[in-house]
Ligand binder design. Structure first.
Ligand SMILES: [Zn+2]
Length: 345
């Protein structure tokens, strides 16, 4: 195997490492790795391979904890397995697991498409080159949501195999036509890839979902769909992102914050659970706030007025919507999006 692997300066590579070298904590493990790392583990059977990626975002620990615990347990996976641990350096900025990416660097999970000319792009390219050599039958990419919330999978294709892999972790699958340069877009290159959002980094359930799902994924004889298999998966298509225009400020507080386009409740993550009704106010808008919001769908159409309205200075949805990935981090809210939603208008 090792003769296949091209060395890359930006990606460590270990083959069947001794887990005793990792130390006793996930922090000592990251210190040992130092930078983006691939670990190849021989399975009980080398007739095929599976791949696991995690920590593309340095503030999302559940996947790394699950991989660390798996390696420390010294189990042999059913088949040869490639583990990829992405943003080790961002995760090691103290306090541990507090930074999505290092200051001034791009979001690594937006770098899996050309150009690959900066340091993050080169890490992404090294990961893709390695995956091309290893040729796993499938790839999972484990994340945490940026606010507390339930787990779900994300994929760019809705076929039986993507659904089957999702079912090892969770019951909800979002299928998106949006292309951002995320690792899961490798499904376009015929590498079946599912992003697993385990729930918030602080949620106890996220650790359990990552740990148990990883164990199922690595021990199963078969993870792809069987001919007559049925999976209890709810599929949601093309969530829309609610954003502020020009990275307008977002606040989280009890009372309206004048400097912010919109002020959401401090517990806005509660919108991630169940359906959001049209009677539940989402946040306080400042005077021009509604006009400073935008909700563009994957086809490039503005859908804000169709799904939302301003009533007495507050933002409401016009119809019941399902909210995903509501953050309570003002920086993520203004630079990425407030949340994703799906609804029938
Ligand atoms: Zn993530």
């Amino acid at each position: 195997m090792s003769t296949l692997i091209s060395q890359s300066d930006c990606l460590n590579y270990f083959e069947n490492p001794n887990p005793d070298d990792f130390g006793e904590s996930v922090e000592s493990f990251l210190h040992y790795l130092q930078k983006a790392t691939a670990i190849f583990l021989s399975g009980q059977d080398s007739s095929k391979r599976r791949a696991v990626c995690t920590l593309l975002h340095g503030n999302e620990p559940s996947g790394t904890e699950a991989v660390f615990n798996y390696l420390k347990s010294k189990q042999k996976p059913r088949f040869d397995t490639l583990f990829i641990i992405g943003s080790v350096q961002a995760a090691c900025v103290k306090p541990f697991f507090s930074q999505r990416m290092e200051v001034g660097k791009r979001d690594l999970n937006r770098c899996f498409r050309p150009p690959y000319d900066d340091s993050q792009g080169q890490i992404a390219k090294a990961i893709l080159d390695l995956l091309k050599q290893v040729k796993p039958e499938c790839l999972i990419d484990i994340h945490n949501t940026s606010g507390s919330g339930p787990s779900f999978g994300v994929a760019i294709a809705e076929d039986a195999n993507h659904i089957a892999i999702t079912s090892l972790f969770t019951n909800d699958l979002i299928v998106t036509d949006l292309r951002l340069g995320a690792l899961m877009e490798q499904s376009e290159q015929n590498m079946i890839t599912v992003t697993v959002e385990c729930g918030g980094a602080q949620d106890k359930s996220s650790q359990i979902i990552a740990h148990e799902g990883l164990h199922r994924y690595l021990s199963a004889e078969r993870v792809m769909a069987g001919v007559d298999d049925q999976y209890p998966i709810n599929v949601f298509h093309n969530p829309i992102r609610l954003e502020t225009k020009n990275h307008g400020e977002v606040a989280y507080a009890k009372a309206p914050c004048a400097a912010a386009v919109i002020t959401l409740p401090e517990q806005a993550y509660k919108f991630n659970y169940g359906m959001l009704t049209k009677d539940e106010f989402i946040g306080y808008l400042n005077e021009d706030g509604f006009a400073q919001l935008t909700a563009i769908d994957h086809l490039g159409n503005e859908r804000l007025d169709e799904f939302f309205e301003k009533r007495e200075g507050k933002l409401f949805s016009r119809h019941p919507i399902k909210v995903f990935m509501m953050t309570t981090n003002p920086f993520i809210a203004k630079t990425d999006c407030l949340f994703y939603f799906i609804g029938n208008s």
